[in-house]
Design a protein around this ligand. Structure first.
Ligand code: NAP
Length: 263
C-alpha cells in the first residue's frame, strides 16, 4: 500500500501550480520528484524547496519528447524507484490559433500526459494515484453538441488520439469551423485529457489505481495572469489532496475544491 512516505512525481514542477504542489507534497512528508524541461529552472526550484527542509529531487523531463520520457523512465527503473502518485501538471496555452498551435498544445497537454502515464505505470504502486491537472474550460458542457458527442462517452485511447489528430488536421485544412470544433486548442487538449482520465480510471480499476482529474480554479500564475483570484497555494490544494487519496478513495472523478464536478 502507498504510504505518505512514498514518492510523487510532478511534471512542470519548476513554477506556478506545479511548484506549489511539490511544496505541499513535501510538507506532507512525501519524497518529491520535481521534474522540469529546463534544468536550470528545475534545479533552482528544487534547491529552494530543499532549503525549506523538504525531500525533493530534480529530474529533467520535457513531456513533449518521447526521448525525454524514455530517459526518465529508464533512470527511475534503474534505481527501482516506485511511485505512490504521478501528477500530470505541465501544460501550455499559446497565443493565436492555427495548426502549429493546435499541434504543440496537444503534444504537451494531451499526448505528453498520456505517454508519460503509460511509460510510468509499471512503476506505480498498487493503490497508486494518477492526477490529471485539467480545467473547467475542458468540460463537456463547454463543447458544441456535435463535438461533445465525440468525447462522451469517452472513446478508446487510440480513438481519442485519432480524434485529437483530426482536430489538428481540421485546423490545418481550414475545416474546423464547418465541423464544429471550438477555436481553442487548449480546450480540446483538456477535453481529451478528461476523456483519457475516464478511460484510464476504468482500465486501472483492477490494479486499484485511483485516476482523477482536478480543476485548480483560476490561479495567479504565468498562465492564469495577475488578475486571477486564487493563489498557487489554493490552486494546488485539491491536486495534492487527489495525489494522497486513501486506497479506498474515489476514481474516475473530476474535482474542484475537493468536490466532484461534471465532466
Ligand atoms: N493558472 C490557471 O488559472 C489554471 C486554470 C485551470 C487549469 N490550470 C492548469 O494547471 C496546470 C498548471 O498551470 P500553471 O498555471 O501553473 O501554468 P504555468 O505557470 O504556465 O506553468 C506551466 C508549467 O508547465 C511546464 N511545461 C510546459 N511545457 C512543458 C513541457 N513540454 N515539458 C515539461 N514541462 C512543461 C512549464 O515549464 P517551463 O517553465 O519550462 O515553461 C511550467 O513549469 C496546467 O495543467 C494548467 O492547464 C491552470
Amino acid at each position: 500500500m502507498a504510504t505518505e512516505k512514498g514518492a510523487v512525481l510532478v511534471t512542470g514542477g519548476n513554477r506556478g501550480i506545479g511548484l506549489e504542489v511539490c511544496r505541499q507534497l513535501g510538507r506532507r512528508g512525501m519524497r518529491v520528484l520535481l521534474t522540469a524541461k529546463e534544468s536550470a529552472a528545475g534545479e533552482a526550484a528544487t534547491g529552494a524547496l530543499r532549503s525549506e527542509g523538504l525531500d525533493v529531487i530534480f529530474e529533467p523531463l520535457d513531456v513533449a519528447s518521447q526521448e525525454s520520457i524514455d530517459a526518465l523512465a529508464a533512470r527511475l527503473a534503474q534505481r527501482e524507484q516506485r511511485l505512490a502518485a504521478l501528477v500530470n501538471n505541465a501544460a501550455i496555452t499559446l497565443d493565436g490559433f492555427g495548426a502549429d498551435v493546435a499541434e504543440r498544445t496537444s503534444a504537451v497537454n494531451f499526448f505528453g500526459a498520456w505517454r508519460l502515464t503509460e511509460r510510468l505505470l509499471p512503476l506505480l504502486e498498487e493503490h497508486g494515484r494518477l492526477v490529471m491537472v485539467s480545467t473547467g474550460s475542458g468540460e463537456l458542457a463547454n463543447l458544441p453538441p456535435e463535438i461533445r458527442r465525440r468525447f462522451d462517452p469517452p472513446p478508446s485511447k487510440e480513438a481519442l488520439a485519432a480524434l485529437v489528430r483530426e482536430f489538428v488536421e481540421d485546423v490545418r485544412s481550414g475545416q474546423y469551423a464547418r465541423k464544429g470544433w471550438p477555436r481553442s486548442a487548449y480546450r480540446i487538449s483538456k477535453a481529451a485529457l478528461n476523456a483519457l482520465t475516464r478511460r484510464l480510471a476504468e482500465e486501472l480499476k483492477g490494479r486499484r489505481v485511483l485516476v482523477n482529474a482536478v480543476c485548480p480554479g483560476w490561479v495567479r500564475t504565468r498562465m492564469g495572469g495577475s488578475s486571477a483570484p486564487r493563489t498557487a497555494e489554493q490552486g494546488a490544494d485539491t491536486i495534492v489532496w487527489a495525489a494522497l487519496l486513501p486506497p479506498e478513495g474515489p476514481t474516475g472523478v473530476f474535482f474542484r475544491d475537493r468536490e466532484p464536478i461534471d465532466w
